[in-house]
Design a protein around this ligand. Structure first.
Ligand code: SF4
Length: 669
């Protein structure tokens, strides 16, 4: 670790403050009559899924999207004919009184971009494929041959910039982690720096031509890569003296339902917390009108954030060994306490403290199943690691591999102290006469950072801290507590705890943002989504809530790439190029493969962009013609044009050949 990296932590050039919410200042970009950036609200947008040649279908879908909250609507233009039809779609919308700015989505076809830039308010180009065809080649460049490549891009790109200037059309330079050019991959690799450089190659040409009506994005389906790339972009723009352009935030191929929402919130929310982002597109494998409300819910948290948040003490660290880097994943160094910290995956704690009269079957809600015939417990892949029972000890042996946590006063009164662990309230731990020899949980708030406690944290290797906050700027407040630990070189593991009173949809998004934002930065060794605020609910409702919170906790860990406990689906949101019904096909594939823990399956609607966009998937199921599927192992084609009714069986066969298939295990007796 160099002092420069430490400098990055304390004075990050990607955001104004790590403790105070401040939205990044950007230039204004004019997109029709809905400007973006500077002091304008963070905008919501989405993309149509209907064939662009279906004018009325596209118009109807666009209207549904506007009504659901979209402020810009993107439509794919894979060739000249679709680009031309954007004019008809726009005309019909205007006739019906809708002035929403339209955005043409371009891949590979500069001629379609040049036409669309004359017809709609904004053009999105992908710098990975605007001037390059993907051949998956590694090319050795000298500085001279690299420069010659940049000249070639310049020639291809300048006509579009001139048209945008002439027509007042905005542009998004939209980098995708999965579709970087062979040139970028050869020189920078599959990295956040490669993504940033991919956009900068095009941006420098724009600035040379005094064209600044630009928005930039750095999307990836890997949330760590995505967050790092956006942060690095902001830093590089400042470093090179380029303008502070507005940012379009998105996680590509996030998937569907809860998993898609969690993954989007982890990636997008982390950046919003840092004050980055001027427009949000949530990509779900669902109808596009379902995306805007999710984007809006993420954004709404920040409209009054600065006024509602309590002040947080600024960060000062006077040593240089702190391992934390916002541009590269490092997990905070911790020592191991039982199975917390060290090399262990982050743990999930289920909060049963509000449930009275706990029965064996109640634990199904957190993935623990009692099999009476065998008289034993079985846990599924989402089985909580610990059960916090508060003041009400669970009256039976819990599953092997999971443990019970009790409030310290209750724990002191029970007989079997060795197989349960106590939870102490902050400073009470200092006075406690009886402690567990291996593991003591201790809650700590901001106010309790007293010198004697700091000394204890340095010397007592049995402590796992629970940190929580009521501050509206929760992620920053909890991160501040981690900085106290880093400052004092304290290496005890830490559990992130937070209670939410919101409905399920918002709890899912908020928890994913607050905890995910920390986990992405390598902070946190466990997670507890509490039920304290649900104490008046019926037992049935509490168990439902526990089931939801347990799945959410595992989902957050998976989305932040810190613990893989289920199959990961990287499915595209679909667009006018899609060759099959993505929702139906994803559901069909999920039904037969969702027990394959840790395997990543890409499900892509077309072969033009799909293979690139599924980035780091282990297997790919990609539409390659009507009723035809091409199967991939990583980035390599293994079976071409398989009839769609046989493709799933063939995919399973492929997984089987690799020795990664296992049969579903029935665990409910
Ligand atoms: S991969 Fe999906 S969203 Fe991307 S271009 Fe192809 S069909 Fe459209």
């Amino acid at each position: 670790m160099t002092s420069q990296q430490n400098h990055i932590i304390l004075n990050p050039s990607y955001c104004e403050s790590l403790t105070e919410y401040k939205r990044r200042k950007t230039i204004t970009v004019n997109i029709g009559d809905v400007p973006m950036g500077s002091d304008y609200p963070i905008r919501v947008q989405s993309m149509t899924t209907i064939d662009t040649m279906d004018t009325m279908g596209s118009v109807e879908q666009t209207i549904r999207m506007i009504e659901s909250g979209c402020e810009y609507v993107r439509i794919t233009a894979p060739s000249i004919k679709e680009a031309e039809n954007l004019g008809n779609i726009r005309r019909e919308l205007r006739l019906r009184g809708y002035t929403v700015p339209l955005v043409a989505d371009i891949h590979f076809t500069p001629n379609a971009a040049e036409l669309a830039a004359r017809l709609v308010e904004k053009v999105r180009i992908n710098p990975g494929n605007y001037a390059d065809k993907k051949r998956f080649e590694t090319i050795e460049y000298t500085d001279v041959t690299y420069q010659a490549e940049l000249e070639r891009i310049r020639e291809k790109f300048i006509p579009l910039v001139k048209i945008c200037k002439e027509y007042g059309t905005a542009m998004r330079i939209g980098t995708n982690h999965g579709s970087l050019s062979d040139r970028i991959l050869s020189r920078y690799g599959d990295t956040p720096l490669g993504m940033v450089e991919s956009a900068l190659e095009f941006l420098r040409i724009c600035e040379d031509m005094n064209y600044y009506n630009i928005v930039i994005s750095m999307k990836a389906s890997n949330t760590q890569v995505m967050v790092q790339a956006y942060r690095l972009l902001v830093q590089k723009l400042a470093e090179e003296g380029l303008k502070p352009y507005p940012l379009h935030l998105g996680v590509t191929e996030a998937g569907e339902a809860e998993d898609g929402r969690i993954k989007s919130a982890v990636g997008i929310g982390t950046l919003l917390e840092d004050g980055l982002g001027d427009t949000v597109r949530v990509s779900l494998t669902e109808a596009p009108e379902l995306e805007a409300p999710v984007a809006q819910a993420l954004i709404d948290r920040y409209t009054r954030r600065a006024e509602n948040a309590k002040p947080i003490k600024p960060i000062t660290i006077n040593h240089t060994e702190t391992l934390l880097n916002p541009y590269q994943y490092f997990r905070r160094h911790t020592h191991e306490v039982v199975n917390f910290g060290g090399q262990n995956v982050p743990r999930v704690i289920a909060d049963f403290s509000q449930v009275s009269d706990v029965q064996m079957e109640d634990l199904k809600s957190i993935g623990h199943f009692y099999l009476p015939l065998l008289d034993k417990w079985k846990m599924n892949d989402l089985g909580a690691d610990y059960i916090y029972a508060g003041k009400q000890p669970i009256p039976f042996m819990v599953a092997n591999g999971s443990r019970q946590i009790l409030d310290a006063t209750t724990w002191q009164a029970i007989d079997d102290k060795l197989n349960t662990y106590p939870l102490f309230n902050g400073l009470d731990y200092l006075q406690a006469t009886e402690k567990h020899p291996e593991l003591n949980f201790v809650t700590l708030t901001y106010k309790e950072w007293q010198p004697e406690f700091i000394q204890l944290l340095k010397s007592d290797t049995t402590i796992v801290l629970w940190i929580k906050t009521e501050n509206a700027h929760a992620m920053a407040a909890l991160r501040r507590l981690f900085f106290f630990l880093l400052e004092e070189k304290i290496t005890c593991p830490v559990v992130l705890r937070r209670d939410y009173q919101e409905n399920e949809e918002n709890t899912l998004l908020y928890a994913s943002t607050d905890a995910g934002g920390l986990l992405i930065d390598g902070l946190g060794d466990g997670i507890l989504l509490g039920t304290e605020k649900a104490h008046q609910a019926s037992k049935e409702d509490l168990l439902k809530k526990l089931s939801f919170l347990n799945q959410t906790a595992f989902g957050i860990l998976q989305a932040a790439r810190t613990r893989m406990s289920k199959t990961e689906y990287i499915s595209c949101p679909s667009c006018g190029r899609t060759l099959f019904d993505l929702q139906d096909v994803t559901a069909m594939i999920r039904k037969r493969t969702d027990h394959l823990k840790g395997i990543k399956i890409g499900i892509m609607g077309c072969i033009v962009n799909g293979p690139g966009e599924m980035a780091d998937a282990d297997y790919g199921y990609v539409g390659s013609g009507v009723g035809k599927i091409t199967l991939y192992r990583g980035q390599n084609v293994v079976k071409k044009n398989v009839p769609s009714d046989k493709a799933l069986d063939e995919l399973i066969e492929l997984i089987r050949e690799d020795g990664r298939w296992n049969e579903v295990e029935a665990i409910e007796a």
